[in-house]
Design a protein around this ligand. Structure first.
Ligand code: GLA
Length: 381
C-alpha cells in the first residue's frame, strides 16, 4: 500500500509529502448507543487508510484515490463540493476544519486503504480521520483530538447524509494498540481497557451483504430514539438522551409513542446496561458473560432494532451451534460483519463450518478477518 501511494504521489505531484495513517474499528458492544448519549466499547484495527499529503501553495485540493483510480480537484468554498462521493469526505473534513476556525491551505494528496468497504468497519471514519489529523498537523491548527473526531462526524452529517454518532471517528482518532476504549458519548469521558483475552480470538465474518438504503434506515432509527426520549422527557425533564432513561420510564409512555419507536427504545436502554455489564465482566476476566451479552445484543439488534438481515442471523445462529462464546452483528447493521469471540481451540472448526454452510445457503463464501487492536490516527516515519 505504502509503495503504491508513494509511486503515484511522485508521478502526479513530484517529491515530498508526509505519510499519515488512520484505522477502521471494531466495537465489542454498545451498538446504536452513541447518538443516544450512551456508552460504546470500540477499538481501532489493523485495517486502515494511508495518505501522502503535501501543501501545494494554492487554494486548491488535488487528490487521487488509488482504490477508485480517480483524480479529483476542488476549491475550499462551500459551493466547491465535488460530485464523487469519496471526495465529499475529504471536502467535508476541509470545510468542517475551516468552520472551527482552523486554517486549510491547498494540498496534494494520494491515498489508499485496506478497510473492506461496506463491511461495517468504518472505512469512512478512517478516511475522515486521516485527513482531519493530517490537516491539523500540516496547517499547525492545534485542534484537540476529540474535536478532530467531531470534524469527521460533522462531515458525515453535513456532506454525506448520515446522522451518525461519534463512535467510529472517536475510535479511529483515539485508537491504541492492544486496548479497547469505553467512551461515554454524553460526557466524552473515556477509558482504555487492555484487551488480551487469553485463550480467545476475535474474528469478523463478513456476510458481504450491502444495503443501498442503509443510511436512510439508520437516520430513521435515530429519529425513533429521539421521539421516545422526547416523550419520556415530559415526565422526567432531566432526560437529555434516551440513555438517561430507566426502563420503567419507557413503559410510562408506551401509549404515547408508536410500537415501532417503543421497541427501538427498548433495545437502546437494554444495550446501555449491557456495556456496563461487559466492563464489569472484563475486569473479572469473565469472557463467558461478555459473550452472553454479545448474543443478547444480537437478539436486540435483530428483533427490536431490526438492523440485522437473514445472512447475519444465519451466521449468529451458526456461531451458537458451534459453541462460539459471543457473536453479534457489528456496527450500523443492514449487512456487513458479525463479530465473534471464540475459544482458540474452536476457531478452525467454526471458520470451516461458517464458510461451508454459509456458501451452501447463500451461494458465496463469507470473508473472514482476524483483527488486531491497533493504533488510530498518526503520522508515519
Ligand atoms: C455506525 C455509526 C456509529 C454508530 C454505529 C452503531 O457505525 O457511524 O456512529 O451509531 O453505526 O453503533
Amino acid at each position: 500500500m505504502k509503495n503504491k501511494i508513494q509511486a503515484k504521489f511522485k508521478e502526479l505531484f513530484g517529491e515530498g509529502g508526509q505519510l499519515f495513517m488512520s484505522s477502521g474499528r471494531i466495537n465489542l458492544i454498545g451498538e446504536h448507543t452513541d447518538y443516544n448519549g450512551g456508552y460504546v466499547f470500540p477499538g481501532a484495527i489493523n485495517y486502515g487508510i494511508m495518505a501522502q499529503i503535501k501543501l501545494n501553495g494554492t487554494d486548491k485540493v488535488k487528490v487521487f484515490s488509488i482504490d477508485f483510480n480517480e483524480y479529483v480537484e476542488f476549491g475550499l468554498k462551500e459551493e466547491d463540493k465535488p460530485k464523487q462521493s469519496w471526495a465529499c469526505y475529504v471536502f467535508g473534513v476541509c470545510r468542517e476544519t475551516l468552520k472551527r476556525g482552523g486554517k486549510v491551505a491547498g494540498f496534494d494528496a494520494v491515498f489508499a486503504g485496506d478497510v473492506p468497504l461496506g463491511a461495517g468497519l468504518s472505512s469512512s471514519a478512517a478516511l475522515e480521520s486521516v485527513f482531519a489529523y493530517a490537516l491539523n498537523e500540516l496547517n499547525g491548527n492545534g485542534i484537540e483530538k476529540f474535536e478532530l473526531a467531531k470534524i469527521g462526524q460533522s462531515t458525515e452529517h453535513n456532506y454525506c447524509g448520515v446522522k451518525c454518532g461519534i463512535m467510529d471517528q472517536f475510535a479511529s482518532v483515539f485508537g491504541k494498540e492492544g486496548a479497547l476504549m469505553r467512551l461515554n458519548c454524553k460526557t466524552g469521558e473515556y477509558k482504555y481497557f487492555p484487551f488480551h483475552p487469553k485463550g480467545y480470538k476475535l474474528v469478523l465474518i463478513d456476510s458481504c451483504v450491502k444495503h443501498e438504503l442503509a443510511s436512510s434506515a439508520y437516520n430513521k432509527r435515530r429519529e425513533s430514539c429521539e421521539r421516545a426520549a422526547k416523550a419520556i422527557r415530559e415526565n422526567h425533564p432531566d432526560v437529555d438522551f434516551l440513555s438517561d432513561a430507566k426502563r420503567v420510564w419507557l413503559d410510562e409512555v408506551r401509549d404515547k409513542i408508536t410500537e415501532e419507536d417503543f421497541i427501538r427504545a427498548e433495545y437502546v436502554i437494554g444495550e446501555v446496561q449491557r456495556v456496563l455489564d461487559v466492563c464489569d465482566a472484563l475486569e473479572r476476566d469473565d469472557y463467558e458473560t461478555v459473550g452472553e451479552m454479545m448474543y443478547q445484543t444480537h437478539f436486540g439488534l435483530s428483533r427490536l432494532y431490526e438492523v440485522s438481515c437473514e445472512e447475519l442471523d444465519f451466521l449468529n445462529k451458526l456461531a451458537r451451534k458451534h459453541d462460539v462464546t459471543g457473536s453479534r452483528v457489528m456496527g450500523g447493521g443492514f449487512g456487513g460483519c458479525t463479530i465473534n469471540l471464540v475459544k482458540e481451540e474452536l476457531y478452525d472448526s467454526f471458520i470451516k463450518a461458517a464458510k461451508e454452510q454459509f456458501a451452501a445457503k447463500f451461494g458465496h463464501e463469507p470473508k473472514v478477518y482476524d483483527v488486531v487492536i491497533s493504533d488510530g490516527a498518526r503520522k508515519l516515519q
